[in-house]
Design a protein around this ligand. Structure first.
Ligand SMILES: [Zn+2]
Length: 133
């Protein structure tokens, strides 16, 4: 089993209200040369949680931190003009809290981070430190 010390949160960088699936992201990431979707878990706009890459496998979501992290992505992150925005609805916020809790139950020492802590990006378009630490 690989060592997990971080849970890294992302947005899909798609417009508010747009329904995007694991299959869509799978196609995008394959087009970028990844074996398949780079995230381990995806939260749809209806608040349901879907499996991406298996957690036992190294993800492809955060340069320099993939080998020791689990990647979570919620669908959204952009307003209608394409600017960064925290588009999470109530269902997505609740799903994220319980998903992080679930992952932490398996990796108790893992800390929770936003992609923007490791890259010059807006992703995941909200203050992870404020909500998860
Ligand atoms: Zn990201």
């Amino acid at each position: 089993m690989r060592k997990i010390d971080k849970i890294i949160l992302h947005c899909s960088a798609t417009k508010e209200g747009q329904h995007i699936t694991v299959d869509d992201i799978n196609e995008w990431h394959k087009a970028r040369g990844f074996a398949k979707i780079g995230y381990h878990h995806v939260i749809y706009i209806d608040g349901t949680v879907h499996k991406g890459r298996d957690e036992s496998l190294i993800g492809a979501h955060c340069l320099g931190h993939n080998s020791t992290s689990v990647g979570v992505c919620y669908i959204g992150g952009l307003d209608e003009k394409g600017n960064p925005k925290d588009t999470r609805n109530k269902g997505q916020k609740e799903a994220l809290v319980s998903l992080v809790k679930d992952i932490k139950s398996r990796y108790p020492n893992a800390t929770v981070h936003g992609h923007n802590e490791f890259a010059a990006k807006a992703c995941p378009c909200f203050d992870v430190k404020k909500e998860f630490r």
